[in-house]
Design a protein around this ligand. Structure first.
Ligand SMILES: N[C@@H](CCC(=O)N[C@@H](CS)C(=O)NCC(=O)O)C(=O)O
Length: 221
C-alpha cells in the first residue's frame, strides 16, 4: 500500500497541484480516480459525508489524516518534508498571498473557462466564457510581470507558491484557444524551469482520466 492516496482526475488542474507536489518530493503515492464528468460522485451525499464535505477534488489521504484544498495539501507536505517550504515569516506570508491570488483569480478563472469550452454539456454561455477568459488573461499578465523580475514567484528557488500556480498551465493550447507559454513569455520560461525539476510530470501522465472518459494515463513512465 502506498503512503498517500490522492483523489483526483487528469483534467483537474486543482488536483494537479497536489499530484505534482507528491511527485516532486518523491512520495510513494497512488491516485484514486474520480469520475467527475460521468457519475459525478463528488456531488453525492456519500462523498460529502465520507470524503470531502465541500464536494471537491483534490483530497489527500495520509493515514488517518484527510486533507482538502490544494493550498492546505501543499502546505502540509512542505512542512512534513521541508521541501518547497517558504522560509521564515515573510516568505510564508508571500507564498500564501500568491496561493490565494492563484486560487481565486488566475487558475480560479482559467479552470472554469477551460471547463466551459471543453467539457460542459451544454457548452458554456458565451458571455460567461468571455468574462472568465478576460479575467484569466488579465491575471496571467500580472503573473507574467512578476516572473519577469524573479525566476520563481517568491524566491530564487521554487516553493509551493510555484507548484500551486502551475495548476492549469501545462494543458494543451488547443484546450484554451490561446497559447499561455507563448503569449506570456516569462510564464513560458518559468514553466520550462518547473518542468526541469526532478520528478516533474504532465497532468495527463500523473493522474488517471486520459483519454477523456477513461481511467488511463497519457504516457505513464
Ligand atoms: N480551491 C480548491 C478548488 C478545488 C476545485 O474546485 N476542484 C474542482 C475539480 S477541478 C471540484 O471538485 N469542483 C466540484 C464543485 O465545485 O462542485 C483547491 O485548490 O483544492
Amino acid at each position: 500500500m502506498s503512503d498517500y492516496l490522492l483523489y483526483c482526475f487528469a483534467q483537474s488542474g486543482n488536483a494537479y497541484r497536489a499530484a505534482l507536489m507528491l511527485n516532486l518530493i518523491g512520495a510513494d503515492w497512488q491516485p484514486q480516480w474520480i469520475d467527475f464528468f460521468g457519475a459525478g460522485v463528488q456531488r453525492g451525499p456519500d462523498y460529502r459525508q465520507e470524503v470531502n464535505e465541500m464536494g471537491e477534488v483534490p483530497v489527500l489521504v495520509d493515514g488517518d489524516k484527510k486533507l482538502t484544498q490544494s493550498g492546505v495539501i501543499l502546505t502540509y507536505l512542505a512542512r512534513k518534508t521541508g521541501k518547497f517550504l517558504p522560509q521564515g515569516e515573510d516568505q510564508e506570508l508571500e507564498s500564501l498571498r500568491w496561493i490565494i491570488f492563484d486560487n481565486q483569480k488566475v487558475n480560479g478563472f482559467l479552470g472554469p473557462y477551460r471547463f466551459l469550452i471543453n467539457f460542459a454539456k451544454p457548452a458554456g454561455d458565451p458571455a460567461i466564457v468571455g468574462f472568465l477568459k478576460g479575467r484569466a488573461q488579465a491575471n496571467l499578465a500580472i503573473v507574467n510581470t512578476r516572473l519577469e523580475k524573479s525566476p520563481y514567484l517568491i524566491a530564487d528557488t521554487p516553493t509551493i507558491a510555484d507548484i500551486s500556480m502551475t495548476a492549469y498551465l501545462y494543458y494543451p493550447a488547443e484546450e484554451y484557444g490561446f497559447d499561455i507559454a507563448k503569449d506570456y513569455p516569462a510564464i513560458g520560461a518559468w514553466l520550462e524551469r518547473m518542468k526541469a525539476l526532478p520528478g516533474w510530470g504532465h497532468p495527463y501522465d500523473l493522474m488517471p482520466g486520459y483519454p477523456f472518459g477513461t481511467q488511463g494515463f497519457r504516457n505513464r513512465a
